[in-house]
Design a protein around this ligand. Structure first.
Ligand SMILES: Cc1ncc(COP(=O)(O)O)c(C=O)c1O
Length: 453
């Protein structure tokens, strides 16, 4: 449904709640300004209602969690059903049947489907925990502490993930408490990828790859590197798609040097990029894959998944106390929701739907044809569009200005990339043409209203 705005934004109830929150929440968490935030009350499908009764259209899937929409009916039914019987368990001591079924299902959609044996899973709660479980697995399996990551990567904000490699603004305030095992290399940006998988890459892409091939091999030769950790498409880094041959090249280098390949598919996974996992587009199989965000379609749940062979080689059998676990591991409602969500994700029609809506959204944004719109980046419904100054430079202020402006028009949007000038287009998979056109019209009006436009 299109937005319906009935009060000034933020409305009076949101403003009152902001004043209360500012008194008692750590001030580093919620950004507060006279224009921001609104307080959410309920959500359904692509829509969010705030405490003032305004209806918004969600172009963020709430950080990429609600690809299936907010509260999809079968997931909601699974949650309600589970809430009646068992809300909290003792995941690593006395497990539930749900945990059995979920680990089986994750194996079925990953390493069994890739015909690379079966999988074993370490469940967690949030995304960074899954990545940190992968870092631990890498050390245990290879005996080598080093990790190669990529500039502008985002793997979450735990100390392990910050140390492995993170944007400076997240890492620097805590640098004195971080171990030194990360090696960051440039992430290649495929300028010729307009979303067409048949299109061959340009010479510029090939040059980036040869240079990176050399840098990767040199880093592995010089330091004890256990794994390469990468987002197959950079998300918060600005929806950056690498050249098509990049992931297969990483696979080759890892095979030749005995290095593990870890795909962080916390954002890109589960059909977000138009294939079940982003790595499926280049048929590249990782040694470990990290899942989170949309896994349970709304409750915190994450997974570090590896082949049974690797996981058994890396991790010792429990001798009564798990050496890696959390209190809420295998939380029953989260597992029940994940099973219901994965049932939907397993239908190949969903990936097809994402690809079609992605093509349509690209066409609609391209048709805006405004000089301050730059490249459209990304794949599937993980897209971004650059906002530029009149001189063609990244325009951070105009981009964040749109986030505030569009909120008043009933759109929930976010911006990212190192220059802060990429508008993020990450809607639920069911986004309609009318809703996309509303977004595009709002963007066009905004761009036209900018000084000098
Ligand atoms: C690719 C990727 N990895 C890891 C994370 C961290 O997940 P969480 O915030 O649940 O810890 C994120 C979050 O945005 C992400 O996009």
């Amino acid at each position: 449904m299109l937005p319906e705005i009935i009060t000034p934004i933020p409305g009076p109830q949101s403003l009152a709640l902001a004043a209360r929150l500012a008194k008692h929440e750590c001030q580093s968490v919620t950004f507060m300004s006279p224009d921001f935030p609104i307080f959410w009350e309920k959500a359904q499908g692509c829509n969010i209602w705030d405490v003032d009764g305004n209806r918004f259209l969600d172009f963020t899937s709430a950080f990429g969690v609600t690809g299936l929409g907010h509260s999809p009916p079968n997931v909601l039914a699974a949650l309600k059903n589970q809430a009646d019987s068992l809300i909290h368990g003792m995941g690593d001591v006395h497990p539930t049947e749900l945990k059995v079924a979920l680990c089986e299902k994750i194996s079925e959609i990953t390493f069994e489907r890739w015909q690379a044996g079966s999988a074993k899973t370490l469940l967690g709660n949030t995304g960074f925990e899954a990545v940190e479980a992968a870092l631990k697995t890498s050390l245990l399996a290879t005996g080598k502490a080093g990790i190669i990551t990529f500039d502008h990567a985002y793997h979450g904000l735990g100390y392990g993930t910050l140390a492995a490699g993170a944007m400076e603004r997240f890492r620097l305030p805590f640098a004195d408490q971080l171990a030194d095992f990360g090696h960051s290399l440039p992430f290649p940006d495929c300028h010729c990828d307009a979303g067409d998988p048949q299109q061959a890459c340009s010479d510029t892409c090939q040059q980036q790859l040869s240079s990176l091939d050399a840098q990767l091999r040199a880093t592995i030769a010089e330091s004890p590197i256990g794994a390469i950790l990468i987002e197959p498409i950079q998300g918060r880094g600005g929806k950056v798609v690498p050249p098509k041959a990049f992931l297969p090249m990483l696979r080759r280098i890892c095979d030749e040097t005995g290095t593990l390949l870890i795909f962080d598919e916390i954002l890109t996974g589960l059909n977000r990029c138009g294939t079940l996992f982003a790595c499926d587009a280049s048929a590249t199989i990782p040694d470990l894959i990290c899942l989170g965000k949309s896994l349970a379609s709304g409750l915190p749940l994450s997974a570090c998944v590896g082949s049974a062979e690797l996981m058994d080689r890396a991790w010792p059998a429990s001798e009564g106390e798990a050496i890696h676990t959390t209190t809420h591991l295998g939380n029953p409602p989260a597992c029940a929701m994940a099973l219901a969500a994965l049932d939907l994700h397993s239908d190949p029609k969903l990936a097809e739907q994402v690809r079609q809506r992605s093509d349509l959204l690209r066409q609609i944004i391209t048709a805006i044809d405004h000089p301050r719109l730059g490249r459209i980046r990304g794949r599937g419904l993980l897209l971004g569009v650059e906002i530029l100054t009149n001189n063609g430079q990244p325009d951070r202020d105009a981009t964040s200005g749109f986030v505030v402006h569009s909120l008043k028009k009933g759109l929930i949007t976010l911006a990212d990339s190192p220059a802060g000038n990429v508008l993020s287009l990450v809607p639920p998979f069911d986004i309609s043409e009318e809703e996309m056109r509303y977004f595009a019209d709002t963007l066009q009006e905004y761009l036209t209203s900018l000084p000098g436009s």
